[in-house]
Design a protein around this ligand. Sequence first.
Ligand SMILES: [Zn+2]
Length: 265
Amino acid sequence: MYPQIVPTETFERVRAMVAKNKYGKRSTEVKYLLRHKLICGYCGSPISAETGTGSNGQVVRYYKCLGRKRGSDCKKSMIRKETLENFVIDCIVKELSKPDVIKRMVRGLSEAQETLVKDKSCENALLKEKRHTQRVIDNIMSAIEQGVVTNTTTKRLKELELKLEELERKIVTERSKTRILLSEREIREYYEQALRLEPQMLINFLIKQIVLFDDKIEIYFNSPLRVSPDDSQGFSFASETGIMPCMIHNRKEPVLRPIRIELRL
Ligand SMILES: [Zn+2]
């Protein structure tokens, strides 16, 4: 199985759209980055996004236990949206900067890389077909050199040359699928950058669940090299041009372990 690497141009197009939206109609829309990820540590209810008006008339945004909101006796206090979001993002960045976490991620990636490099059957089949096509072209060429030229031979030669071009394109595509060469630094920089630039995407991608108490927080991560239930997602990595999502299959162990942090706000 191959990872499906989104072609750079597709990725760039999506990124351009996202960037455009940022300054377009989305600029007035407030995003609750941790929505659907938060669970109350005391009663297990989801934590929902709330908007209120402060005493000075300013809009205040916060996260509130849904159980408490609906009248249960849960004592979980509300927390300011910005405070919690910044805290969580800082935690993730810190976690991803730890040498042993990076080491585990790099190890996971290189294992995946090896599996990919092993499976070259498709590329080899294409190379074989290319050699065959080239041989036929050579034969026709020598026939032409010996003076055997008919309309049929010229037509056939054109077809074969087009086929050869097509095969070469396919080989390049196939080779790009088996190349994921990332350094430790690149992986770390990617996650740091992406968290700042595309926090929503990365939070959706990296965070499985956050259990929130008043004095501590537990962050459960998805593995960046996770098994994808619908084969439509996978891990992402950085390239010269930006973020490139791609898929890796058949990895079961999470690369990132859950973390528990004291909440001092
Ligand atoms: Zn609660």
